[in-house]
Design a protein around this ligand. Structure first.
Ligand code: GSH
Length: 208
């Protein structure tokens, strides 16, 4: 498998951490969505990352679709989400909130890159969406009292959230206030200390 994209993307990092946690072999092509757009386009007309090339050459796009394929390559007991049932729904729900938060943080980063006069309304909307989602996630995790989001073991929501938080903090300093989110803060710190998270990381270099 070949993973295309830089680890400064919260989505590419999430896929890289899942592959590394599973111990699945993969090649990494750290292509930039800006400088290497033509190379990415040869596999993905959207010119977006992550793009995952399967051994048969199929190019998968969209993090959740990529992870669906990766999860199938490990036994059910090692997968970062149960194959079905309530815990799967719950994990997908939380991972989708974290991923949506990351989407808004990416939009917020792109706005001044592409507009001479960034929209104040759009910027305020994104900031509000991010802040409200952090608040919902803090309440959700605090109510669980578990080591990881779905219980004693690492799962997809933990990876999705930790990648979203790291990206948001680095892209938008001050937007996330750790004192308002003590549960999220402790959780992300514990996840970032895991070997796969330490190995799969790149500070933001998202420049056009
Ligand atoms: N929903 C997508 C989001 C991927 C995404 O936004 N990737 C960014 C990099 S962080 C990208 O490709 N940006 C270039 C573009 O959208 O044209 C996913 O989960 O894979």
């Amino acid at each position: 498998m070949i993973l295309i994209g830089q680890y400064d993307s919260p989505f590419v990092r999430r896929v890289g951490i899942a592959l590394t946690t599973y111990g699945l072999a993969f090649e990494h092509r750290p292509w930039s969505v800006w400088g290497d757009a033509d190379k990415i386009a040869a596999h993905n007309p959207l010119r977006r990352v992550p793009t995952l090339l399967l051994p048969d050459g199929t190019a998968l796009v969209e993090t959740f679709a990529i992870l669906d394929a990766i999860d199938e390559r490990v036994p059910a007991e090692r997968a970062l989400l149960p194959r079905s049932g309530t815990a799967r729904r719950d994990g997908l729900r939380i991972a989708a909130l974290a991923s949506g938060l990351a989407d808004k943080a990416v939009s917020l980063l792109y706005e001044p890159m592409f507009r001479a006069n960034p929209s104040a309304d759009w910027t305020a909307r994104c900031r509000r969406q991010i802040a409200d989602t952090f608040a919902v996630l803090e309440a959700d995790l605090a109510a669980r009292g578990t080591r990881y989001w779905l219980g004693p073991a690492l799962s997809h929501p933990d990876v999705a959230f930790t990648c979203a938080l790291r990206f948001t903090r680095e892209a938008h300093p001050g937007l996330y206030d750790p004192t308002h989110h003590p549960t999220l803060e402790a959780h992300a710190r514990a996840c970032e200390a895991l070997p796969a998270f330490a190995a799969i990381y790149q500070p933001i270099t998202n420049v056009r």
